[in-house]
Write a protein that binds this ligand. Structure first.
Ligand code: URA
Ligand code: CA
Length: 428
């Protein structure tokens, strides 16, 4: 291990064997944290090339279980977002592509966050079951082209240990380490094609465009190097996506989009991600053809019907989809009103996310219990015109003190002034 650290410290290139050695043995507990910390700091300063990064990813995939999806017919697709605020995309994109006949096989992990993840959101539908056996997951995808379930397998355990160590040694922010960490968890699950939604902006892991583009390219190179069709889109996370931030609120928002009534940005992002998935899966030959197919799934309600089917196959109560008023509701809703005239210039997504967390919509620790009913619904977004007294946002809460605290914060988060010179962009 000493020689591996020294080689990287002096700017050398690690061999496949050296990379396999430290990943395998650290996972087994045979190498102390301080040696891996030193190695990561050397990597941080001297970087890894494409070959080293791919080898590192492969070694991390091999550190745990792989989910074999080869018994699913057709070209199976998967989607991953690098994380944002109020991102309900999977609940819409999945049914849309499945309604086009493309198998959408998505396994999610649970994590910490401002709101719950996809699995938590789905659990706000009564009796919805996210813990499926691999056999049932595969059977559902073969039967109805879609399943969304939790990872029961032991996926990339090396990454769990590495990430925890990087977190406390100031070595998270290296492109090779980030890209291999994210991709190892994706590649362990055997889909044929992957769309990566790389978020950039105040509510994203990557705060500026150059970093996001670098991360996207690195992840695509890993995916393709590993033998999977991979595309990344760089998308805006300067403000939350859609209007709703919170679990049941986001499920309702997803149902709205599936019924053709949801927020435009969320719908547009799903169309753009969907276009790439239809191209990757060879369901469409051109972007135009893909777009028409996807739009038709909303117009004809086949995507909505697919969502109902997904809920039914995972034991959820479909009345909650047909009548979203049944979803968990907070005790009260308060309005946040504007004290200024002008235009919304900025609406920091991360700060809004923190407000949702205060209300109880997310997890601060893995033991936290999520309150499905609470959250925020934005009534004004960036570039919208506002007048004094207009409602900026609605706070759905069960605790009046927390609601008051969040109200004060939201008033500060909305930056209102002159109209921005350039209109915001959704896809970079
Ligand atoms: N997310 C991950 O899963 N890994 C990283 O290294 C950074 C963000
Ligand atoms: Ca949303």
């Amino acid at each position: 291990m000493y020689n591996i650290i020294k080689k990287k410290r002096d700017g050398g290139e690690l061999s496949t064997e050296e990379i396999n050695y430290f990943v395998e043995n650290y996972t087994k507990g045979k190498i102390p944290d301080y040696q891996i910390s030193a190695l990561f700091m050397a990597i941080y300063f001297n970087h890894m090339n494409k070959r080293e990064t791919l080898d590192l990813t492969r070694a991390m995939v091999n550190s745990g279980d792989k989910v074999d999806l080869s018994s699913i017919k057709g070209i199976k697709v998967d989607k991953h977002s690098t994380g944002g605020v109020g991102d309900t995309t999977t609940l819409i994109l999945g049914p849309m592509v499945a309604a086009c006949g493309v198998p959408f096989a998505k396994m999610s992990g649970r994590g910490l966050g401002h709101t719950g993840g996809t699995l938590d959101k789905l659990e706000s539908i009564k009796d919805f079951k996210v813990e499926l056996s691999i056999e049932e997951f595969i059977r559902n995808v073969n039967n109805i082209n879609i399943s969304i379930c939790s990872q029961t397998a032991n996926i990339a355990p090396a990454d769990k240990k590495f990430y925890a160590l990087r977190d406390v040694t100031a070595t998270v922010e290296d492109i090779s380490l980030i890209a291999s960490s994210i991709m190892s968890k994706k590649l362990a699950i055997g889909s044929d094609a992957i769309i990566l939604d790389v978020k950039v902006g105040s509510g994203a892991f990557m705060k500026n465009l150059d970093d996001a583009i670098n991360l996207g390219k690195e992840m695509v190179d890993i995916g393709i190097g590993y033998g999977r069709e991979t595309i990344a889109l760089i998308t805006n996370m300067d403000e939350p996506l859609g209007n709703a931030i919170g679990n049941a609120l986001e499920v309702k928002e997803a149902i709205d989009v599936l019924r053709g009534n949801g927020p435009k940005d969320l719908y547009e992002l799903c169309i753009q991600l969907g276009i790439r998935l239809l191209l990757l899966s060879k369901r469409a030959k051109t972007e135009e053809e893909a777009k028409i197919l996807l739009e038709e799934t909303i117009r004809s309600k086949t995507a909505y019907n697919k969502f109902v089917e997904l809920v039914k196959y995972q034991y959820g109560d479909i009345d909650y989809v047909k009548n979203p008023e049944l979803l968990p509701k907070s005790d009260f809703v308060i309005e946040v009103k504007s004290e200024k005239d002008g235009y919304v210039k900025a609406l920091n997504a991360e700060e809004i996310g923190k407000c949702a967390l205060i209300l109880g919509a997310g997890r601060e620790t893995m033991e936290s219990k999520i309150d499905f009913s609470v959250g925020i619904v934005l009534n004004k977004k960036v570039d919208d015109k506002v007048n004094v007294g207009d409602v900026l946002a609605y706070i759905h809460a069960n605790d009046i003190n927390k609601a008051k605290e969040v109200e004060a914060k939201i008033k500060e988060i909305y930056i209102i002034g002159e109209k921005n010179k350039e209109n915001k962009k959704l896809i970079y």
